[in-house]
Design a protein around this ligand. Structure first.
Ligand code: KG4
Ligand code: ZN
Length: 349
């Protein structure tokens, strides 16, 4: 079965083609165009600008994907599209394109929740780590950590998710990006904070680990952002205009280390606790923050201690892409009439 996936929930415009056979899914191509460079000067995404760019990128990205996979629109068996959550203007670009294709070509269309899509990046075949069978996988504990969400879920079967807890305020990726802005680190700040943290002093700054010891699977990261802000002020710098009185390079690295350690400890400890409590057979990571090398390494170590398989997408499939959307549609193939699909920016689990 050949599925064409479309993802436009934030600033990326992505089209992927995947070919599925029973429990195996091969990625033929995954084209991602980003308007990221455009958002650097503003330190974040201006939704209106992102959507305008996506209107321009949508068809060329689709043409490129079909060309790379050596397929035509006639070859596809289903169209998968992200319908939420995300920015409304951005979502509409993908949703309306997918609906038009479904109508004109008479092909099935499957609306996909973007967060569920992130989880299904784990089910695309990788040469060096085949996907375990459903019997050996479920129930799994899933951590979704992205720019918009930090959620812990229990996954009992394909498409069967129970939310154990989410963030009460900022998402983990949002914390990275907001802390990055105060340190003059370009958006999205996660990769650069991770790089700097490698040479940061782990003892110089100890930031709070909210809700770590409380009996809840909820998260809270806004206090961390405030703690970093206070520290920057104490050091005599300006977190609002960080380029005017820049901090020494090593101090920035030390703050990055302190902040990253705090985020990582909370994510790892809560996920491991959930895995133990629910007798999980595996832990699945997903979302843009799962591209974080330090987080991946720490999870690998902890999962090994518990003799639990850890499944993590390749780093390129952690951040937004259409392959994960096509994958979610393949494993949950529930087409709906195109007329009933509407973009839903507030969609949740
Ligand atoms: O999943 P994603 O691409 O978009 C959303 O659905 O939000 O996640 C983007 C987020 C950004 O906040 C970015 O800073 C973070 O993922 N991110 C990282 C890394 N790469 C991306 N955070 C930490 N370490 C990384 N290597
Ligand atoms: Zn995402």
């Amino acid at each position: 079965m050949l599925i064409l996936g479309i993802e436009t929930s934030c600033d990326e415009t992505s089209v992927a083609l995947i070919e599925g056979h029973e429990n195996e899914l091969r990625l033929l191509t995954n084209v991602v165009a980003s308007s990221l460079a455009m958002h650097v000067p503003t330190g974040g995404i201006i939704p209106e600008n992102a959507a305008r760019e996506q209107v321009k990128y949508m068809l060329p990205v689709m043409q490129e994907a079909l060309k790379q996979a050596e397929k035509t629109l006639e070859d596809i068996d289903g169209i998968a599209v992200t319908y939420g959550p995300g920015l409304i203007g951005s979502l509409l670009v993908g949703v309306e394109t997918a609906k038009t294709l479904a109508y004109v070509l008479g092909k099935p269309i499957i609306p996909v929740n973007h967060m569920v899509g992130h989880i299904y990046a784990n089910f695309i075949i990788q040469v060096d780590s085949p996907i375990p069978s459903p019997q050996s996988l479920f129930p799994s504990i899933v951590l979704v950590v992205s720019g918009g969400h930090t959620d812990l879920l229990l996954m009992k079967a394909h498409g069967d998710f129970t939310l154990l807890g989410g963030t009460r305020d900022d998402a983990a990726g949002e914390a990275y990006d907001k802390i990055g802005r105060m340190l003059s680190i370009a958006y999205p700040a996660g990769p650069e904070i991770d790089r700097r943290a490698q040479t940061g002093d782990p003892k110089r700054f100890r930031f709070p680990r909210p809700l770590l010891h409380e009996d809840t699977y909820e998260f809270s990261f806004s206090g961390l952002k405030t703690a970093v802000l206070r520290e920057i002020l104490k050091l005599g710098a300006d977190p609002i205009k960080p380029t005017e009185k820049p901090l020494p390079n090593q101090t920035i690295n030390d703050i990055c280390r302190g902040a990253q350690d705090a985020i990582r400890e909370v994510l790892v400890k809560k996920t491991i606790r959930a895995a133990k409590e629910h007798n999980a057979k595996a832990i699945l990571l997903s979302g843009g923050v799962a591209a974080n090398q330090t987080l991946r390494d720490e999870f690998m170590t902890r999962a090994k201690e518990l003799e639990l398989p850890l499944i993590v997408p390749p780093r390129s499939l952690c951040t937004d892409n259409a392959a994960m959307i096509a994958s979610a549609a393949y494993f949950n193939f529930k087409p709906v009439p195109w007329e009933v699909i509407t973009a839903d920016p507030e969609l949740y689990f």
